[in-house]
Ligand binder design. Structure first.
Ligand SMILES: [Zn+2]
Length: 281
């Protein structure tokens, strides 16, 4: 079955005459699918798949029609969960969404998420991330009708890849390095002003992402370190323009917009060595 990229959510009366909301992916055959299986109307003994034609969902057998239909955007049809970390208090794997959801969609899954604050969970490393995470990815994927190839169960290899990428650092070592780097900058004041930093490498200057929390320009979070030999500085940069972030804290211009909080120290060889360890691959 070839899937088109359109995701559809429709409201329809079920067999008990109850109004239900169904999320579906539209197949090229105009049928609606959920997790690779057509969605059926049970009006007759043999189930009939719903069709989507002329902006409406209907059953070709009994003629039952949807009461409302919403077509999702491209972003939403690519929505998925990404592994965030394991809470060592509960040994639960935590996942966050790859993108922000429209309000009405968010309401469908909000119950499966908790607001993560660094103080509440023990991830084995400290992050400045405060946001929504879920320990029930299967349920969220079902409700959001996440495409099969983007599902967490098909991402497991990627998750291991992140932790064991060629740099030969163990997970514990990465946690340790990130922790030490956080410590270095935790005692540094955030300088006031607007600092323009180029996000590409210039000369000997380079940027290294935190492998545990890499910058995600689409979501507006993540962090990196910027070794600037040209000015003898090392910066710690945390993206801070997610929905709900306090943008007034931002002092770093990225793409001509204040999108991140940056702290700077004078160049330090030991700090660079730590950053280099995260860079080597
Ligand atoms: Zn029917």
């Amino acid at each position: 079955m070839i899937m088109s990229k359109a995701n559809i959510r429709f409201r329809i009366l079920n067999n008990q005459n109850k109004l239900v909301t169904i999320n579906a992916t539209l197949g090229e055959d105009k049928r609606l699918y959920r997790c690779g299986t057509p969605i059926y109307c049970n009006c007759h003994d043999s189930p009939t798949p719903y069709l989507f034609i002329d902006g409406e969902v209907y059953c070709p057998c009994c003629g039952k029609k949807s009461l409302s239909v919403e077509t999702f955007t491209e972003t939403l049809s690519n929505i998925h969960l990404t592994y965030f970390g394991t809470d060592y208090n509960t040994m639960q794997d935590l996942y966050k969404l790859s993108d922000t959801l429209p309000y009405t969609t968010w309401n469908l899954v909000a119950d499966y998420f908790v607001k993560l604050t660094p103080a509440e969970v023990d991830l084995g490393y400290s992050v400045g991330y405060v946001g929504w995470v879920t320990s029930n990815p299967e349920k969220v994927e079902e409700v959001l009708n996440v495409r099969d190839e983007l599902k967490v169960c098909n991402q497991e290899i990627t998750k291991d890849d992140i932790m064991e990428t060629g740099n030969q650092l163990s997970e514990v070592e990465i946690f340790d390095i990130v922790d030490r780097l956080h410590e270095v900058f935790s005692v540094v004041e955030t300088p006031y002003g607007e600092f323009q930093l180029y996000t590409g490498d210039v000369g000997d200057d380079y940027i290294v992402s935190n492998p545990l929390f890499p910058p995600n320009p689409h979501i507006g979070n993540g962090e990196c370190w910027y070794v600037k030999h040209t000015t003898n500085e090392i910066w710690y940069i945390r993206y801070n323009y997610r929905d709900g972030d306090d943008l007034r804290m931002n002092n770093v211009l990225i793409d001509f917009e204040l999108k991140a909080i940056g702290k700077v120290i004078a160049y330090d060889e030991d700090v660079e060595k730590l950053i280099m360890k995260l860079k080597e691959k």
